[in-house]
Design a protein around this ligand. Structure first.
Ligand SMILES: *Cc1c(COP(=O)(O)O)cnc(C)c1O
Length: 225
C-alpha cells in the first residue's frame, strides 16, 4: 500500500483526531519522507542524530524534526539549530547539556522528559522518583534555554492490552499530578508523547497528544539495508 493510503487509514482510525502524528522515518529514504510530506505530514521523527542531520538539509524547511531516540550529550550541537522537540530527555545532566547548546545559538529547545513506564529493563527513562527529584531540583531554575513541555513514555512490548493501557494511564496520571504541583517556570507539561504503530489507539484513549508512528505508515523497517 502507498504511504498516502496508509496515512489516510491511520488518520481515519484515530480516536482523537487532534492527536499529532509524528511520522517516524528512521531507516527510510528521503523519498518516503517527501511522499508523506506531500500527503500533508509536517512532523517527522528520527532516533539517530547522524541520520537526522543527513536528511534534514535536503528537505522542506517547514518540517518539524522530533528527536525520539536517546541523545548523547556530545551530539546535541548537531541538531540544536533546527530540532523542534527532543523527546527522550532523562537526566538533569542531559537537560543542562541541551540548555548549554541552546544558549550558544540563542534558541530555546523544547524537551519532553522520558519516563520509564514499561516492565522491560531499559537504561532509558526516569522512574517517578527521579522525575520528581528533577522537577524539584534547584538546578532547573538556572536553565534559560530549555522548555519542558511534557512527558514521553513507551509501553511494554506485549500483546496484553491491559498492561499497555495501565502503563499509558499511569503516565497520564503522573502528568495530571504534576500540574497540581508548584512547577519551575521552564516546566509547562501539556504534551504526552505515547503510542506507536502497535498501540497508538490505546495511547489515544488514555490521553496521548502525540503518537510516534513508523511501520504503520512507511511499512516494515529493514535494518540490513
Ligand atoms: C521506532 C520508534 C517508534 C516507531 O515505531 P513503529 O512501531 O514502527 O511505529 C516510536 N518511538 C520510538 C522511540 C522509536 O524508536
Amino acid at each position: 500500500m502507498s504511504i498516502q493510503e496508509n496515512l489516510r487509514k491511520l488518520k481515519e482510525s484515530f480516536i482523537n483526531p487532534d492527536c499529532l502524528l509524528i511520522a517516524v522515518s528512521k531507516t527510510k529514504p528521503v523519498a518516503d519522507i517527501l511522499a508523506a510530506y506531500e500527503a500533508g505530514v509536517r512532523d517527522f521523527g528520527e532516533n539517530k542524530v547522524q541520520e537526522m542531520t543527513e536528511k534534514q538539509p535536503g528537505l522542506p524547511l517547514d518540517i518539524r524534526w522530533h528527536m525520539i531516540g536517546h541523545l548523547q550529550r556530545n551530539k546535541i550541537k548537531h541538531i540544536a539549530p533546527f530540532v523542534h522537540l527532543i523527546h527522550g530527555v532523562d537526566s538533569i545532566k542531559l537537560l543542562h547539556a541541551v540548555n548549554k547548546e541552546g544558549k550558544k545559538i540563542n534558541r530555546i529547545l523544547n524537551c519532553l522528559l522520558q519516563v520509564h513506564i514499561a516492565k522491560e529493563e531499559s537504561k532509558f527513562g526516569m522512574d517517578e522518583r527521579e522525575l520528581l527529584a528533577t522537577i524539584d531540583s534547584d538546578a532547573l531554575g538556572t536553565l534559560t534555554h530549555v522548555k519542558i513541555i511534557g512527558l514521553m513514555g513507551m509501553a511494554t512490548n506485549t500483546s496484553d492490552e491491559q498492561v499497555i493501557r495501565r502503563e499509558f494511564a499511569g503516565l497520564k496520571t503522573l502528568m495530571d499530578n504534576l500540574k497540581n504541583r508548584t512547577l519551575p517556570s521552564i516546566f509547562e507539561p501539556n504534551e504526552l508523547s505515547m503510542g506507536m504503530s502497535g498501540d497508538y489507539k490505546i495511547a489515544q484513549e488514555e490521553g496521548s497528544t502525540m503518537v510516534r508512528i513508523g511501520s504503520a505508515l512507511f511499512g516494515e523497517r529493514n535494518y540490513q539495508k
